[in-house]
Design a protein around this ligand. Structure first.
Ligand code: OAK
Length: 829
């Protein structure tokens, strides 16, 4: 018989894929099998990395049957799939999350113990996939976790960067960046599928041709690369669901270098290959400050074009009627990075599938929705028309046509107001002719959402106000959320146990149940246990820091944490000014040292490598830390810690230990924040401005359990309109003057006044984010913190109430909101 006539007949070949038995015995067998047959070593000869890889492989094996089943179901079923398009996924370590999801934690621990292995030793080996910068990337990771847990058919699409976010080290207090070779020890969690590769084209020109009397356009590209998918498992929590995260890697095509190769220049042909593979080489380390680099546009088009083609060709059944596409998919645009997908889908429908423009546009508009994650004007992505036209000539034509039709609509609606037309055009003219990606997304999307109430309001009122006037129903809010599996259950096992013993187990997937803890806020025994958990988490963090940096957290210290990207709008400088002021008050004898509440200030933050001011701030934090930590006059009272290379793994140790959460951005600048949610959920009290999701946190936890300070957004606007002069605040506030003078005088730079001069003059004469204006109010709030912490009983009560009232911030709730307001997809069990 020919191969095509062969059919499986063996009973094993006919049976569905089976997971190994969920027992210690079953786990041991599979683990040893993987160690021997996949890693090629005997247990006795294996090292920790072999063992880690075999362990990861074993966990994978348990999830495999469900995964294969869910993938098969995806093409059979008729229900809608959420395709989350994101240039970043900041996943964090996989092992523990996957063990937890599959209910294997105890079994695996015991199985390895019976093999003479401490599972903790293997846990520590995993290098987290840092395929994101900060909030936006971590949010994507929380969302896909929730979608799997809620059994929503989802594919996360993104890029498999060979190098993720850089490793941060400090040299003389200054940031140095090192490459993050996260794949170097193997990548047990993903599966390459070269057979499902897509060819992605770039460059060239367009031409028209006659198609049976109809004039059509086609793209004649100049070069191409292969996009090879790597699939990762996204297991739901305790529900057997395993969704897929599909990350694309760029590989050179043969066609690409054939010409050069044939001409005999082998070296040039290899160079060409390197050029193609550069596309997925490295994550751009800029958070909210796009540089308009060509390679970045290549990355964006590369992953979005591959994802759309993948969905249309591989996920949908053969012969699918594309007019029904909106019933089967919603492409959610995670900020503007994937927005080039809009003209790409138009190109596929019109040029490749021969659809009429209007029909294709109606479909496209239903298939996309756009989430905006910023308010900073410099974060709104624009691409120069020159660059876009060179790299994607057909897409530029399509964008022009979309814009023409859109501007006609604007004229119909608002008349020939040329100013308005210029303001709303997808094509901007200044300072250079460019495509405004947020506008394209807003025009194309079925919905546009902000990520917290205040942020969505400001989008409607300021950033996208003309669009909101035109299509009020398009705009909606979905307040962000965080996954309680990683950020409570895994990160804070002791608190999780206490909650489960108090309320039962259901809270992990129904976080509003934490409300039940309110009843225990006044229970002395519960309070004592809660306080003991916090103390234990601080000791655990202290051990982690001791092992990596040789630093510790002293007993009895209030742990005050500020963990987030380093950015001027987040105002790490305001925090430093507070520390310098507290230090100055003691050493100048203005406050007796024994009156000071002992505090450890902990920072975690990376700066974009090209962001000079952010790097000055890092240097200042380290410089202040060095002086404060070495000064016997404040010993035991003030301490500054700045562990390098803050990432998801470190966050999981810091968050459960924190007492105070610093959320001190200038009002109107932080879209939402999600660290604020994680910290409140773990019983830290927030000191914060009325910004982003802080507003909702405060409303929920109550004013008594939150330290509010600073100007409100309208007050910020008013002061700005008035002509803000930071130096006035410097002259009027003695504490501020003393703190700034101390830095300026070189107290933290060995007497050298030049070191922090750029930072000081920026504060005094520019201070775009108004740190000086909020300083007085901030210090007053910090005094309230000290007073509150002195009453430990009351503090613990507030901390419990923070946990009890943070259930709203589960990403499960956020996903329900997206499903109801935007996606209209349903679970498939
Ligand atoms: C990154 C690049 C471009 C635009 C925005 C970002 C970004 O990370 N934004 C952050 O998104 C988070 C998730 O929505 C928010 O919590 C942060 O406030 C926001 O800065």
């Amino acid at each position: 018989p020919s191969a095509s006539e062969l059919r499986p007949t063996h009973p094993l070949a006919l049976a569905p894929v089976a997971a190994p038995p969920a027992s210690v015995d079953g786990f041991v067998r599979r683990f040893l099998q993987n160690l021997n047959f996949d890693q090629g070593v005997a247990l006795s000869a294996s090292d920790d990395n072999d063992r880690y890889l075999a362990l990861a492989g074993t966990v994978r094996d348990y999830l495999m049957a469900r995964w294969l089943d869910d993938q098969a179901q995806q093409s059979r079923q008729q229900s809608k799939t959420v395709c989350y398009l994101s240039a970043e996924y900041l996943l964090g370590r996989q092992l523990d999350n996957n063990l937890l999801a599959a209910r294997l934690t105890e079994i695996a621990t015991e199985a390895l113990a019976q093999c003479g292995i401490d599972i903790d030793d293997l846990r520590a080996l995993e290098i987290e996939p840092g395929l994101g910068n900060g909030g936006l990337g971590r949010l994507a990771a929380c969302f896909i976790d929730s979608l799997a847990t809620m059994s929503i058919p989802t594919i996360g699409y993104g890029i498999r960067y060979e190098y993720g976010i850089f490793r941060q080290a400090f040299a003389d207090g200054q940031q140095v960046e090192q490459p993050d070779a996260w794949l170097r020890l193997g990548s047990p969690w993903d599966f390459p599928h070269p057979e499902a590769a897509q060819t992605i084209s770039f460059g060239g020109r367009t031409e028209t041709y006659d198609d049976d009397g109809v004039e059509r356009t086609r793209w004649v590209p100049e070069w191409n690369v292969l996009a090879v998918p790597y699939n990762m498992m996204v297991p739901g929590y305790h529900n057997g669901r395993v969704n897929t995260l599909r990350l694309w890697r760029a590989v050179a095509t043969n066609a690409f270098d054939l010409h050069t190769f044939n001409s005999g220049d082998y070296v040039a042909s290899v160079r060409a290959q390197t050029f193609a593979e550069n596309i997925s080489k490295v994550l751009y380390p800029e958070d909210s400050t796009p540089q308009g680099k060509e390679l970045r546009l290549q990355q964006q088009y590369f992953f979005v074009a591959a994802s759309i083609a993948d969905f249309v060709e591989h996920v949908l059944p053969d012969g699918f009627d594309l007019t029904k596409l909106p019933e089967r998919v919603i492409f959610q645009l995670n900020d503007t990075h994937p927005v080039i997908g809009v003209p790409e889908l138009m190109r596929v429908l019109v040029d490749e599938k021969g659809m009429e423009w209007d029909a294709a546009w109606a479909i496209t508009q239903k298939c996309f929705a756009y989430t905006c994650h910023t308010l900073l004007p410099e974060a709104l992505e624009v691409w120069s028309v020159d660059l876009l036209g060179r790299l994607l000539p057909r897409h530029l034509e399509i964008i022009y046509r979309i814009n023409d039709a859109f501007l006609l609509e604007v004229r119909e609606r608002f008349g020939d107001d040329e100013m308005l037309i210029r303001d709303m055009s997808i094509i901007g003219e200044h300072p250079f002719r460019s495509v405004r990606m947020a506008y394209l997304a807003t025009v194309a999307g079925s919905k546009v959402n902000g990520v917290a109430e205040l942020h969505s309001q400001l989008l409607r009122d300021n950033v996208l106000k003309d669009f909101a006037r035109m299509w009020p129903e398009k705009f909606t809010n979905v307040t962000n959320g965080v996954t309680p599996r990683r950020f409570l259950r895994l990160a804070n096992p002791e608190l999780s146990t206490l909650i489960t013993e108090t309320l039962g187990a259901g809270w992990t997937v129904d976080l509003e149940r934490l409300r039940g803890l309110e009843a225990y806020a006044d229970d002395p025994e519960f309070r004592e246990r809660f306080a003991a958990v916090k103390a234990a988490n601080k000791r655990r963090l202290s051990r982690v820091l001791a092992a990596r940096d040789g630093t510790t957290i002293d007993d009895g210290h209030l742990l005050d944490v500020m963990i987030k990207r380093l950015h001027e709008y987040k105002r790490q400088t305001l925090k430093v000014l507070h520390i310098v002021s507290a230090y100055d008050e003691i050493v100048s004898g203005r406050v007796p040292v024994e009156k000071v509440q002992p505090r450890t200030f902990l920072f975690g933050a990376k700066a974009a490598p090209g962001y000079a001011m952010a790097k000055h701030i890092i240097h200042l934090i380290n410089a202040v830390g060095e002086v404060v930590n070495a000064d016997p006059r404040v010993e035991g009272r003030l301490k500054v810690l700045y562990p390098s290379n803050y990432n998801v793994t470190l966050a999981e140790s810091i968050i459960p230990a924190a007492d105070l959460s610093e959320q001190i951005s200038l009002a109107g600048k932080e879209a939402s924040g999600t660290g604020n949610m994680k910290l409140a959920l773990n019983g830290a009290l927030t000191i914060g401005t009325d910004d982003g999701a802080n507003v909702e946190i405060r409303q929920l936890v109550g004013d008594d359990n939150f330290f509010l300070f600073g100007m409100s957004e309208p007050e910020v606007e008013a002061l700005w309109a008035d002509g803000y002069r930071p130096a006035d605040f410097y002259h009027e506030d003695e504490r501020l003057r003393r703190a700034i003078d101390l830095i300026a005088a070189g107290a933290f730079s060995g007497g050298d006044r030049s070191v922090f001069e750029p930072l000081i003059s920026n504060l005094l004469y520019d201070d775009r984010f108004m740190a000086l204006a909020d300083f007085g109010s901030y210090l007053d709030a910090q005094e309230r913190v000290d007073a509150a912490y002195a009453d430990q009983d009351a503090w613990v009560r507030s901390a419990i109430l923070n946990v009890a009232r943070s259930g709203f911030f589960s990403s499960d709730r956020a996903m329900r909101d997206y499903l109801d307001r935007i996606w209209h997809a349903t679970p498939v069990h």
